[in-house]
Design a protein around this ligand. Sequence first.
Ligand SMILES: Cc1ncc(COP(=O)(O)O)c(C=O)c1O
Length: 495
Amino acid sequence: MVISKTASDSDVSVHSTFASRYVRSSLPRFKMGESSIPKEAAYQIINDELMLDGNPRLNLASFVTTWMEPECDKLMMDAINKNYVDMDEYPVTTELQNRCVNMIAHLFNAPLRDSETAVGVGTVGSSEAIMLAGIAFKRKWQKKRKAEGKSVDKPNIVTGANVQVCWEKFANYFEVELKEVKLREDYYVMDPVKAVELVDENTICVAAILGSTLNGEFEDVKLLNDLLIEKNKKTGWDTPIHVDAASGGFIAPFLYPELEWDFRLPLVKSINVSGHKYGLVYAGIGWVIWRTKEDLPEELIFHINYLGADQPTFTLNFSKGSSQVIAQYYQLIRLGYEGYRNVMENCCENAIVLREGLEKMGRFKIVSKDNGVPLVAFSLKDNSCHDEFEVSDMLRRFGWIVPAYTMPADAQHVTVLRVVIREDFSRTLAERLIIDITKVLHELDALPAKISAKINGVEKGLNGTVVKKTVLETQREITDVWKKFVKARKTQVIC
Ligand SMILES: Cc1ncc(COP(=O)(O)O)c(C=O)c1O
């Protein structure tokens, strides 16, 4: 009997997908194929390759939502073909966005009179929201300076060195100098005193972070506001504040309602928040809210009419999906104040369980605070033999994705591991992670030091003499070696 080597070319719906030729012919990777392939084969091939991605639920590196209720998943799928920008065609979606803007503005204590509507927009995330807020500050500053006959060629923005990359992008793309307050060991957020010292007549705003990306800590916006009021009084400037509440904006109102960080402070003119972080929506939604309509220069708003009625727009992109806006509205009405508070409290409890578990091991120093974004950032007390990057690497084997990174200037010699506690990271998972970190430490203890030449900071000098290095020098060198290692693994794709 002759067994044909060529599987049938006929439709895969007749033959099993895995009996078709498509699973054994190689597909073009970077150029489009000449011929079509059946949909079942395309699905299977893509689905199978995607299995190699990490599991989003175990991705503890990310603040971004990885679980929503099935009812909301359904609403999102039902709206997948609605272009958000077609406001005249989808007026209800537009109305839902307006409701979200108003609900969030109230949450941030915007000074709105009874029937007044809030000023804000939905964006793709906090990055776009920050670009828009930054553009508004720059334009307001330029208008004022021009009216005073002063130069407008050197705008700057004051931030901590701990800002997220989107601020560096804003500064670069929109040609604003970023004046960063340096960090120091054991102080990983912007020092308001130093920030105000950096403010000058060209400062378009000071950006404070409610929930630093690096260790979740809330910056002291109230102190910043008070110091800046004094400086403004002395100098005659009116330098405003933007609050980057990407993560903290949906935490502070529920867990720390007394904390003054928002529009209760007079210099806070705009706030951004990521709906896709603790707003509890899948990736693709952020919000920026302005204190009043005077804080958003009218000339930045475009009016178009070719989709139907007059449509005001202030965004960087045009078309986008509607699903995330609908999902945000779902979460706001479904959970209400009570539900958000319960979710945030659960996250904090689980962060404490993890923090205590790590402390019990006696090997880690905790660098996050209990008050802030529910995350645990921690460093090895002794990383001379094995360091945080190795712990991170070995945790991957258990399925956990826990990033290790170095702090920005001037604390770049400090390396931390960070576990973000999201809604779907339950107590069981926290306990399981503690067990797995313990196992990793035992395994590392049994292994020779990865960078053996640097054990205990002892290294051979040029003439063979033994050079003893300080702990700081050793730590810096290990960090450099790992940075090179991480860089070498970087993808060439721009994303
Ligand atoms: C403090 C802070 N600002 C801005 C961003 C950017 O947010 P998005 O991913 O929503 O664009 C992040 C993201 O982690 C962040 O932590």
